[in-house]
Ligand binder design. Structure first.
Ligand code: SF4
Length: 240
């Protein structure tokens, strides 16, 4: 288990203003930057990740996958892990330092601006964690699946609980908790499993949501229904 409590990140004021849809000459820019210059330096992104063995890949009755002694049920996860020996469960967070940050002295948009700052920290931290794991694995052909991403039945969000169990309580050490509806706090936190993938798996490829502004790849029906054919999972999706 690896716990990193101080992932490096840099706050880019121009990128922040763009993300917040504020023109640099806009009078809001001064107010947004007044907040950001106080809030951003407080944030310290963190992560926990581990290397665990894939112990069992079940059949189409339950699509069960046993990883590090914990059982998950997901057809896409099951098919993605065909031929994969090890996976890398992780939770990466922007950090809890801005939870409860007092916004009373700022514009009413401050809540939204804080979210933009947190997102910037999370994006950089996620790339950092991915880089560390890719370096460890010795390959950039890493894909990730995340409970609750895309269509609800791809990897049901309730299985967040099992992912946290797999990380053996280390999420407490980075200040991340789960709500009763399986959402993570801080809100700018991402959880999932990295694995080797020769087909560049992305959640968007198995997500039917239309007009999503964040879509990164077109829907791929063959990938989404990999377990439906006569030959279970068709061609292997994952890699050694
Ligand atoms: S299409 Fe949108 S909702 Fe679906 S997985 Fe991609 S980013 Fe998420």
């Amino acid at each position: 288990m690896t716990i990193v409590r101080d992932i490096p990140w840099t706050f880019d004021e121009s990128a922040f203003l763009r993300a917040a849809s504020i023109d640099g000459s806009d009078e809001l820019a001064d107010e947004a930057l007044r907040l950001a210059r106080v809030a951003a330096p407080l944030l310290i992104p963190k992560a926990v990740y581990a290397e665990v063995e894939v112990e069992r890949l079940g059949g189409p009755e339950e699509w069960d996958v046993v990883i590090g002694g914990v059982t998950f049920n997901s057809e896409i996860l099951r098919c993605n892990l065909e031929g994969v020996e090890r996976v890398y469960p992780y939770v990466t967070t922007c950090g809890a330092e801005l939870e409860g940050f007092d916004l009373a002295a700022y514009d009413y948009l401050a809540f939204y601006w804080v979210d933009q700052i947190k997102q910037a920290a999370l994006t950089q931290a996620s790339a950092w964690v991915r880089g560390r794991i890719a370096e460890h694995v010795g390959s950039k052909k890493l894909a990730t699946m995340n409970p609750g991403s895309g269509d609800a039945d791809v990897w049901p969000i309730a299985q967040q609980v099992r992912l946290f169990e797999l990380l053996d309580g280390a999420t407490d050490e980075i200040g991340v908790t789960l709500t009763d509806s399986f959402l993570m706090v801080p809100n700018k936190t991402v959880s999932g499993v990295f694995f080797r993938s020769e087909v560049n798996y992305m959640n968007c490829k198995v997500c039917t949501r239309e007009n999503c502004p964040n879509r990164r790849a077109p829907y791929d029906a063959a990938l989404a229904h990999a377990g439906d054919g006569d030959e279970m999972c068709g061609a292997p999706l994952g890699g050694a």
